[in-house]
Design a protein around this ligand. Structure first.
Ligand SMILES: Cc1ncc(COP(=O)(O)O)c(C=O)c1O
Length: 383
């Protein structure tokens, strides 16, 4: 028996009309990724699944230059590992220096608080990164924090923090470094071993261009050692148990999102076929530059401080007199889904995501449509 109508019915819900995606995530996926995710399921305890899990962790470990650390893949979104970092590695009532440059820094603060630990906050004005000397100063004043949290790429403001330099400062003061790389991993360079990062996490639905449902993290031995001293690590995000299943079975304690893991594996193979990590990251850098050039050519203003632009999302001030998600709505009417402004700047900005499967023709269409929208609302583009 076949039921082709079922697929059509769901397509009618999710995709009643075609849209080009320039979203903040989930993003458009590579066709090969979507294709491989259709493969029939099998047990996550089978030898075949273990081979896939192992191959995927090895490929991700190579990409992140994380030979001395452990790659964990679990069914969750990235926030799961944010919570896990606190539950597993910070003593009960222990202090954490949370650096905040936007909404996702605030979320880390909440993860600290809701798990009964104490956040000490270093917050910057929106649009700006944290600078190494500021972090050093905050650590000097708060020598008793156990860890520093850093949002590598702040998706609400389009700012990329200087992770390497910040991690250096934190390690010099002997602190754990936890990195929210949800919208950075796969697009901004990460060298886990060299930069001495203790725990770095991300989600599948961002720069690797894979559907949501899989969280990835790289965790070093220091974190596992700390976890041994914390008895109440919870059930679902117990890093020691997740590691144990990896070492014993190349699998996970709970059922993994097998299609997403196959999808990530496909994305990492595409990286190789494209010429390796450098070539892939170059694609991201060039794509981001092209987007920023296009925005400036229209006479619009970028939100982030120059020198700290995100390789994955460009946050743009609304044209003068425009309040709220007007650009977003007008673009959508014309078949392009960008992202609304987010958090405190939601009324004054819109965002163009540039992660996942995006072609040069898509970018051309984006700017032609944006120009049309600007003219339709009475703004005269520069070029
Ligand atoms: C920087 C950052 N951190 C955390 C998250 C939350 O990720 P998830 O929804 O996959 O848990 C996001 C989502 O957009 C993000 O951009």
């Amino acid at each position: 028996m076949k039921y082709p109508d079922v697929v059509k019915e769901i397509e009618n819900i999710l995709w009643p009309k075609p849209l080009k995606l320039f979203t903040a995530g989930p993003v458009a996926c590579f066709p090969e990724v979507l294709e491989v995710m259709k493969i029939q399921m099998l047990s996550h305890r089978s030898a075949e699944y273990r081979a896939l899990h192992r191959d995927t962790t090895e490929r991700l470990s190579k990409f992140l230059e994380a030979e001395k650390s452990t790659v964990l893949l679990i069914p969750s979104s990235g926030t799961g590992f944010m919570e896990a970092s606190i539950r597993n590695a910070i003593s009960p009532r222990g202090k954490v220096l949370v650096t905040i440059i936007g909404e996702f820094g605030h979320r880390y603060k909440e993860a600290v608080e809701r798990n009964g630990r104490i956040p000490i906050v270093l917050e910057k004005p929106l649009g700006k990164p944290v600078l190494p000397e500021e972090l050093d100063d905050a650590l000097k004043k708060n020598p008793d924090v156990e860890a520093v949290t850093i949002t590598y790429n702040e998706t609400s403001t389009g700012v990329l923090n200087p992770l390497r330099e910040l991690a250096k400062v934190a390690k010099e003061r002997d602190k754990l470094v936890f990195v929210d790389a949800v919208s950075a991993m796969g697009a901004a360079d990460i060298k886990v071993d060299d930069w001495k990062l203790d725990l770095v996490f991300a989600s599948s639905q961002k720069a690797f261009g894979v559907p949501p449902g899989l969280a990835m993290a790289v965790v070093n031995d220091e974190v596992f050692e700390r976890a041994k001293k914390i008895p109440e690590r919870g059930l679902y995000f117990d890093l020691l148990e997740i590691k144990q299943f990896l070492l014993e079975q190349w699998s996970t304690p709970t059922t993994p999102p097998i299609p997403q893991i196959a999808g990530l594996n496909a994305a990492l193979r595409i990286v190789e076929k494209m010429g390796g990590k450098e070539a892939w990251l170059k694609m991201y850098t060039e794509r981001a530059e092209k987007i920023r050039r296009g925005v400036l050519e229209l006479g619009l203003q970028l939100f982030a401080e120059p020198g700290y632009y995100s390789p994955t999302i460009t946050v743009v001030y609304n044209p003068p007199g425009v309040k709220g998600p007007v650009i977003y709505e007008e673009m959508r009417k014309r078949g392009i889904e960008i992202a609304r402004g987010y958090g405190k700047v939601k009324d004054v900005t819109f965002r163009i995501g540039h992660m996942g499967y995006i072609t040069d023709e898509d970018i051309e269409l984006l700017f032609n449509t944006l120009r049309e929208v600007l003219v339709s609302i009475g703004y005269k583009p520069l070029k």
